[in-house]
Design a protein around this ligand. Structure first.
Ligand code: ZN
Length: 132
């Protein structure tokens, strides 16, 4: 990868990192604010619990994003940036431009996503229908 491209991705990653850290600060404050224990009596506890769960989900997402961005910056340092961690093929520039912190090429990402979602087995589909 050309030097000016590295600089471009580094700038994009650093901008995103700053943004994520700002959002993390807000999310942490939100979590404090929706603490169920501190709730006054007239507040709807179910609503508060939902807000708290949302704040925690947000925190998880931001923390994981921050980790991915930092890992991508480390790969820029050691020269492995832009190479898929799984199949070691180059990641397409389109993908890097859209998601500069990605560690996987499109194919491996899709495979990882479907592994995480769990390929629905016929039995699972039947069980799902039962729940409907
Ligand atoms: Zn790959």
């Amino acid at each position: 990868m050309a030097k000016n491209e590295f600089a471009k991705y580094r700038a994009a990653l650093e901008a995103k990192l700053a943004e994520v850290e700002r959002e993390l600060g807000v999310a942490l404050r939100d979590r404090e604010n929706v603490s169920v224990q501190k709730a006054p009596d007239d507040v709807d506890l179910a609503q508060l619990t939902a807000e708290r769960e949302l704040a925690i989900t947000n925190l998880d997402r931001l923390t994981s994003l921050k980790r991915q961005i930092k890992a991508a910056l480390a790969r820029l340092e050691d020269g492995t940036y832009g190479v898929c961690l799984e199949c070691e093929e180059p990641i397409s520039p389109n993908r890097l431009n859209a998601v500069p912190w990605t560690a996987l090429c499109v194919r491996c990402q899709e495979a990882a996503d479907s592994r995480r979602a769990g390929e629905p087995e016929p039995l699972d589909l039947l069980l799902e229908q039962d729940h409907l």
